[in-house]
Design a protein around this ligand. Structure first.
Ligand code: LLP
Length: 422
């Protein structure tokens, strides 16, 4: 399997001119469950997790799927069944991971603004660790742990001040950003921790961003983290975990292929095996992005006097906001292959000019009523959906071979108002 291919024909093949997910016709799924509809290939999801595990097999490590990429409990469960843990960012994501059946000792919690109730919930549940991002948060964790008599295992998330080259909204390891504890504060952190009764420091942690193509950024940040590990150990702390976060890239455009995960492993394994710790990884996008397509139907076509052609579809930025927010590219293909092409803007029904999936894109000349598949829709897509414009969050289906299972029902109008009915 080529883990880099956006159109992975082993999971999304064309059979007699019609697009399938594994052994199931996507046209049939769209007819049965209506559109917009997310369809996930279970074997792609699990295959990516296995590919990741294979690349790091020589290293003592533990992989926690970053649930913020895709928090559907059936997605989490498919990965948990393979032995994968979870990285959560809030009480809500922790609840989802627990509902999916993940055991607490396989869950870690990040987040720059954890509230007292997030912390209490995590400690009561007995998760593997909380990753603290400020001195104030460490004080609060300690206070809650002492008050409730619960053990608090913590990692400190370090801001290594490495600016990974990616979209500015998803770079997190730079001192300009809100994430992590500044390197220069670490002496104070160790002093503070030595005086605390409720907190046990077990991990050093970082996460420098997402969709990072160049391994040099990982190397630079991990080297800084190795210095922090040495300093923590000489300050007397028993550090058992070395968490380097997520950020491993995927291919969204065939013309811009992401390097394979082995490219990162070949530099990280020799560097990290020296730590004498269990290394934790938190991939989200790498595992989920290319496992899923968003199916949408063309409602109208129109053109204007400038020669511009619009394809108006029934999905919008409310279902998949990445092009609007990060100008990200998603491949779009018709479920039935055509001979001819056209240049068009593919846009949604939402009242925003930013509601587009592609601009001036050459695509197959699709007609009104036809179905399209938007690729790479498994990470940061459904999870970022909203009810803006009174839209209903879409249904989700998971395919495993010849079997398709509904894993999320479409919202209903009643749900749109239920929290306002007293
Ligand atoms: N760990 C932490 C602490 C994180 O904040 C993140 C992502 C991850 C792991 C997983 O990163 P990944 O392996 O997926 O790159 N909405 C944006 C991405 C935001 C990423 C936030 N943090 C997008 O659609 O591109």
């Amino acid at each position: 399997m080529d883990t880099r291919d956006v159109f992975d024909t082993s999971y999304f093949p064309y059979c007699n001119g019609a697009l399938f997910c594994e052994g199931v016709s996507l046209e049939k799924l769209a007819d049965e469950y209506k559109t917009p509809l997310y369809v996930t290939s279970r074997n792609s999801l699990v295959g990516q997790y296995r590919a990741f595990e294979q690349a790091f097999s020589e290293l003592d490590h533990f992989t926690c799927f970053s649930v913020k990429a895709n928090f559907n409990i059936h997605v989490i469960k498919a990965l948990a069944d393979e032995g994968c843990g979870c990285d959560v960012n809030s009480g809500g994501e922790l609840y989802r991971a627990l509902q999916a059946g993940v055991s607490p000792e396989k869950i870690i919690m990040a987040g720059v603004g954890k509230t007292a109730s997030d912390i209490e919930y995590a400690l009561r549940t007995g998760i593997l660790m909380l990753k603290a991002e400020s001195l104030s948060e460490l004080r609060l964790i300690n206070e809650i742990a002492v008050r409730s008599g619960l053990a608090a295992r913590v990692g400190i998330r370090v801001n290594p001040n490495v600016t990974a080259e990616t979209h500015p909204y998803i770079t997190t390891g730079d001192s300009k950003e809100k994430f992590g504890i500044d390197e220069t504060d670490l002496g104070e952190v160790f002093t503070l921790l030595r005086g605390m009764n409720g907190v046990e420091l077990t991990a050093i942690d970082m996460h420098i961003g997402s969709q990072i193509f160049d391994r040099d950024f990982y190397q630079a940040a991990a080297e800084k983290l190795l210095d922090v590990l040495a300093a923590a150990r000489s300050a007397g702390f028993d550090i058992r975990y070395f968490d380097i976060g997520g950020g491993f890239p995927v291919t969204y455009e065939p013309q811009k292929p992401a390097p394979p995960v082995e490219y990162f492993a070949s530099i990280l394994v020799p560097l990290l095996e020296k730590t004498g710790t269990t290394v934790i990884f938190e991939p989200g996008r790498f595992i989920a992005a290319n496992s899923t397509v968003l199916l949408t139907r063309v409602i109208y076509r129109k053109h204007n006097h400038t020669g511009k052609e619009f394809v108006i579809v029934d999905a919008g930025m409310t279902e998949l906001i990445r092009p609007a927010l990060y100008q990200s590219h998603h491949e779009i293909v018709p479920l039935r292959q055509h001979g001819s092409t056209m240049v068009a803007d593919i846009v949604g029904p939402v009242c925003e000019s930013g509601d587009f999936f592609a601009r001036a894109r050459t695509i197959d000349a699709v007609n009104e009523g036809e179905l399209l598949a938007i690729f790479s829709a498994g990470a940061y897509c459904s999870v970022m959906s909203s009810n803006y414009n009174g839209r209903l969050r879409p249904a989700e289906v998971m395919v495993d071979g010849e079997r398709a299972t509904l894993i999320r029902k479409r919202d209903t109008y009643e749900q749109l108002v239920q929290n306002e009915m007293f």
